[in-house]
Design a protein around this ligand. Structure first.
Ligand code: ADE
Length: 222
């Protein structure tokens, strides 16, 4: 998969994709990630990318031209263009699964106080990572890249994402433990040491159900 990220602040991403699973996914070419600073596409002599809003109001608004030109040079028939904005659909694991099947994603990071409404016409989809407002779309773009990349074939053990919280079953993860068996008086449940795989599976399922009912009745009711 190829992911192009359109942002005024490519350095915000420094480090994020240079460790651990994402780094491995990039070096093994499971995913290719490129950054485009749309300031480079501005036709303004001073490379301006924002201006005051028509009708007045506080703050500056991202202009349509630089982002249009940037998207248009990257977009092909296979591209899916996603605008990160608090007014998009709320991001869920199901959306990550669907997007992990795409060949080419173009992520547009808005910034400042807002963007020219006409930029929305570029997007195949608008995504919000939750009901709160961030300073821009960069952190949401990182969230999408991380959650999508781990679902690409060969990036992590596929069993891990079948068992993820928020998969199609809408159950939270069951508790897991590692050595030692007794840590500060907190003991690993006996069943996990029993070697009885059927019992272990049943225990995990029941714990997932219990945790989901307690913590996320909204998911359980689905
Ligand atoms: N930009 C600012 N806040 C955002 C959010 N919650 N989701 C996506 N993009 C954003």
């Amino acid at each position: 998969m190829k992911i192009d990220i359109i942002t005024l602040f490519p350095h915000m991403f420094d480090g994020v994709f240079e460790e651990s699973i994402l780094k491995r996914a990039i070096t093994s070419r499971k995913v290719e990630i490129n950054f485009y600073n749309f300031r480079d596409d501005s036709k303004d002599p001073h490379h301006k990318v924002d201006d005051t809003p028509y009708g007045g109001g506080a703050g500056m608004v991202l202009m349509a031209q630089p982002i249009f030109d940037c998207v248009e040079k990257l977009r092909t028939e296979q591209s899916k263009v996603i605008l990160l904005t608090p007014s998009g659909i709320v991001y869920k694991q199901k959306v990550a699964y669907d997007l992990s099947k795409e060949k080419h994603l173009i992520l547009i990071c808005g910034h400042y106080e807002g963007f020219d409404e006409r930029i929305r016409t570029l997007a195949d989809m608008e995504v919000s990572i939750g009901d709160y407002v961030l300073t821009g779309g960069e952190i949401p773009a990182m969230v999408l890249v991380d959650s999508i990349t781990r679902l690409l074939p060969g990036v992590i053990n596929e069993r891990s994402h079948i068992e993820d919280s928020f998969n199609e079953n809408y159950l939270l993860d069951y508790p897991t433990y590692t050595k030692p068996r007794n840590f500060k008086g907190m003991k690993v449940p006996e069943v996990l040491i029993s070697g009885d795989h059927k019992k272990i599976e049943e225990f995990r399922y029941q714990e997932s159900v219990k945790r989901t009912k307690e913590r996320r009745p909204d998911l359980w009711n689905k």
